[in-house]
Design a protein around this ligand. Structure first.
Ligand SMILES: [Zn+2]
Length: 176
């Protein structure tokens, strides 16, 4: 992998962490262990694209958290296996650097749009979500397309950060 691609993948990581529904816990919790969702993450910068395919599988359900396994393959790299914990919404703790509790993310309703996953069509709710860092400064705004009919709740996400555009789309899923 060349340096530009390596840099791109690095920049994409914070944006990729946002690739989730605001009600992600409930959006996994209504399905059984073994349910999976395959997401494609494409980052574009300086006319280049890098694609990552991430297969999320529901491994364990507990009252306050859900454990997902992630098998991610980025072009030109080896498969990376990891675990992701999705917590039931709890109160935010104070920030380690400013010692305050950061402002909650705000959402703006942007209407509905029909999106396809394979041959099945879904009516997505479009939300623009703005997150905040220290001193109530906006960290970033990203757009999500959400549905209660897919595991994890996310059909699509678009974010632009530091000149890199990241698009996440749900490619397929399997319900258990
Ligand atoms: Zn802070």
């Amino acid at each position: 992998m060349n340096h530009l691609l390596a840099a791109l993948v690095f920049l994409v990581m914070p944006a990729a962490a946002l690739a989730q529904s605001p009600t992600e816990f409930e959006d996994w919790n209504r399905y059984a262990v073994g349910t999976s969702a395959t997401l494609e993450m494409v980052s574009e910068a300086q006319g280049r694209n890098v694609s990552t395919i991430d297969v999320l599988t529901l491994k364990k359900k507990e009252t306050d958290k859900i454990t997902l396994s992630s098998e991610a393959v980025t072009e030109g790299t080896d498969k990376e296996s990891s675990e992701r914990i999705v917590r039931r919404e709890t109160k935010r703790g104070e920030c380690k650097s400013c010692k305050k509790v950061h402002k909650e993310p705000t959402t703006k309703d942007k209407g509905k749009e029909k999106l396809k996953v394979g041959s099945k069509e879904f009516e997505a709710t479009i939300l623009d979500i703005t997150t905040y860092v220290c001193d109530e400064k906006e960290s970033m705004t990203y757009r999500t397309w959400l549905s209660k009919e897919v595991p994890g709740g996310l059909l699509k996400m678009e974010a632009t950060s530091e000149g890199v555009k990241v698009t996440v789309t749900l490619k397929s899923f399997e319900l258990k």
